[in-house]
Design a binder for this molecule. Structure first.
Ligand SMILES: Nc1ncnc2c1ncn2[C@@H]1O[C@H](COP(=O)(O)OP(=O)(O)OP(=O)(O)O)[C@@H](O)[C@H]1O
Ligand SMILES: [Mg+2]
Length: 208
């Protein structure tokens, strides 16, 4: 049975599609079967997938939203090891369906207080649906005042923060433009190290 990961955050541009695509590609390692489902009408990942070279590792891809999403998940659940769901930038029905269907919700946020506030709606959705959820810091600088302020606020709230974050790295946009993940286009880059570490911290529990 697939382990289902929803990537959700109502704030636009937080890095949902970047995280979903790179995570899905990294999870392919070791011959795992991975499906990536784009539930966002913006179709960023459908366009990314259309650029994917025929020689790249096989990633099952579908665009699906609303009631069709539940059907697509039911169809793929038995044959996949992982299903990664990208969601639109709002906390409405489609995000709720994706969150409800998931085993784990990843909530990317950039290190700023408005991003942190925006993540509250998605955290609440995940809590309402009783789903495991983790905040993932994206475009995190290695040091600086902003980083400190956001880290302090997250600690004060006892926010469920994933240890592994992603830095602000041009490799992400470069890989995206080729229909690839950073672990494929720049496997020795710092970005690839971060994505691999993130993926292995999510390896699904035994028996799933
Ligand atoms: N870690 C990163 N380092 C550098 N650039 C990044 C990083 N993550 C995302 N970006 C860039 O930020 C922009 C927004 O990213 P992305 O499309 O993944 O966000 P999103 O949350 O899916 O947006 P939307 O809400 O519109 O769906 C893109 O140009 C992407 O290349
Ligand atoms: Mg997106």
């Amino acid at each position: 049975m697939a382990f289902i990961i929803a990537v959700a955050q109502q704030k636009g541009g937080a890095g949902k599609s970047t995280l979903a695509a790179n995570l899905a590609v990294a999870l392919l390692a070791g011959g795992k079967r991975v499906a990536l489902l784009d539930t966002d009408p913006q179709q960023s990942l459908a366009r990314w997938h259309a650029l994917r070279p025929a020689t790249a590792a096989e990633l099952v891809f579908e665009s699906s939203s609303g009631w069709r999403l539940t059907g697509a998940i039911d169809r793929l659940r038995k044959s996949m090891d992982y299903i990664v769901l990208d969601t639109p930038p709002h906390a409405d029905t489609d995000s709720r369906i994706a969150i409800r269907a998931s085993d784990l919700v990843l909530i990317p946020l950039q290190p700023s207080l408005p991003d942190l506030w925006a993540s509250e709606a998605t955290v609440k959705l995940a809590e309402d649906e009783k789903r495991e959820h983790r905040l993932v810091l994206n475009r995190l600088p290695a040091s600086g005042r902003l980083r400190d302020v956001v880290m302090e606020e997250l600690a004060r709230r006892k926010a469920p923060l994933l240890k592994q974050s992603l830095g602000n790295r041009s490799a992400f946009a470069a890989a995206f433009a080729l229909g690839l993940g950073v672990t494929e286009s720049a496997p020795r880059s710092a970005a690839a190290d971060e994505v691999r570490a993130l993926a292995s911290s999510l390896i699904k529990p035994k028996g799933q």
